[in-house]
Design a protein around this ligand. Structure first.
Ligand SMILES: CC(=O)SCCNC(=O)CCNC(=O)[C@H](O)C(C)(C)COP(=O)(O)OP(=O)(O)OC[C@H]1O[C@@H](n2cnc3c(N)ncnc32)[C@H](O)[C@@H]1OP(=O)(O)O
Ligand SMILES: O=C([O-])CC(=O)C(=O)O
Length: 382
């Protein structure tokens, strides 16, 4: 057995997958052979989830059936809503509320007596989770505001409906399309930490609710999905600082601060999704507040061009420009990471299903570095 240690599993191949592929040197991302740029431009989030789960882009009838199935499952049980209300009152973080909600959905799962290897049932359960996450999240936000939740809008797609359920107002086409595009960009990304977490859980043949709950938990950390909120907090810090934004980033750099939204385990160049989100951020800035876009571009220019981070393979990742986009869509900043989860559930379910088709328990090992010859001393003599 090879004894070379791969800390953080960097570059270790653990599975084969047809879902997505990343070329970290070229800055290229594909889902099942389609470039992320083409999908972001031409597809909807529902089409992309269908592609990830079923292996091909849906035709009109397939998409209509899939969308209807999702829309029918949007409502969440009143007990889940009551829990969201309690958690909002307790000032719980939205990512933790979401983790609790997903875990709780399973109590009301209509197909809870099927065999773990019934992958068709797992697919239907994954669809239910995907449909319910936006409803639970929006309800949590409404309760925090002291308002009642808003029922899902039957005529709106997943992205537009989420924005609608936050405010009760139908979003403009630009906002709905921008948000839908953001969901597409976040839907899958190989064996990132949260997807791998879901796969490890799925590899024990635990149910998909457990796997998705684990995915949400792993995504919440600042080294992973939590970075999008951290980026916005940096932008607020710049805004409140007495320094001009250029001076602020110089000082942060001198202090050795690690800027969130920069660096990636796989990309050595700018993330292709960051480029698309940057375009959206710029467009929104033209019709709204432009300072957030200015701050991000100043940081990027300073760190990459002047400090030479690009030569070190450190460039903006997907989280760098998403914050300023969501901010301009009016979304509260601690909902940014839950929104990432709302999208990435497509990847989590897809990878678990793909892995379980030819399942093997995931169980690596650690090199033992502790003592080997300890003499046991009874408690009363220690
Ligand atoms: C959706 C996502 O999950 S995308 C990632 C979101 N996370 C962030 O944006 C948080 C900020 N970024 C980071 O912390 C890291 O880049 C990670 C965690 C994403 C990737 O980490 P790893 O692949 O483990 O790289 P690691 O942390 O070992 O860093 C490698 C080198 O790049 C440097 N580096 C990495 N990220 C940054 C950054 N944001 N700013 C400055 N330097 C950085 C490190 O200091 C290190 O330099 P050194 O070799 O001179 O010591
Ligand atoms: O791939 C990763 O390591 C992080 C991730 O989820 C993404 O970039 O979308």
């Amino acid at each position: 057995m090879a004894d070379d240690l791969k800390k953080g599993l960097e570059g270790v191949l653990v599975a084969e997958s047809e879902l997505s592929s990343i070329d970290g040197d070229e800055g290229r991302l594909i889902y099942r052979g389609y470039t992320i740029e083409e999908l972001a431009r031409g597809a909807s989030y529902e089409e992309v989830v269908y592609l990830l789960w079923h292996g091909h882009l849906p035709d009109e009838a397939e998409l209509a059936e899939f969308t209807e199935a999702i829309n029918e499952e949007r409502e969440v049980h009143e007990d889940v809503l009551a829990t969201m209300e309690r958690l909002a009152e307790a000032d719980e973080r939205p990512m933790a509320a979401l983790r609790t909600a997903v875990s709780m959905f399973s109590a009301y799962e209509p197909e809870d007596d099927v065999e773990p290897d019934d992958l068709e049932a797992t697919l239907r359960k994954g669809r239910r989770i995907t449909a319910k996450i936006p409803t639970a999240l929006a309800a949590f936000e409404r309760y925090r505001l002291g308002e009642d939740p808003i029922d899902p809008h039957p005529d709106l797609g997943l992205a537009a409906n989420f924005l609608y359920m936050l405010t009760g107002e139908e979003p403009s086409d630009v906002h709905a399309e921008t948000f839908d595009q953001a969901l597409i960009l976040h839907a899958d990304h190989g064996l990132n930490a949260s997807t791998f977490t879901s796969m490890v859980i799925g590899s024990t043949m635990a149910d998909i609710y457990s796997a998705v709950t684990g995915g949400v938990a792993a995504l919440s950390g600042p080294l992973h999905g939590g970075a999008n909120q951290d980026v916005m907090e940096v932008l607020f810090e710049i805004d409140e600082s007495e320094l001009d934004h250029r001076e602020w980033v110089e000082q942060a750099n001198e202090e050795g601060r690690r800027i969130p939204g920069f660096g990636h385990r796989v990309y050595n160049v700018k993330d292709p999704r960051a480029k698309i989100l940057q375009e959206r951020s710029e467009e929104l800035a033209e019709n709204g507040e432009d300072k957030w876009y200015d701050y991000t571009t100043t940081i990027e220019q300073f760190l990459t061009e002047e400090q030479g981070l690009v030569e070190k393979g450190i460039a903006p990742n997907v989280d760098f420009y998403s914050g300023s986009v969501y901010y301009q869509l009016g979304i509260p900043i601690d909902m940014y990471t839950p929104i990432f989860a709302m999208s990435r559930v497509g990847g989590w379910v897809g990878h678990v299903l793909e892995y379980q088709e030819e399942n093997r328990l995931i169980r690596p090992r650690a090199r033992y570095t502790g003592p080997t010859d300890q003499e046991f001393v009874p408690l009363e003599e220690r």
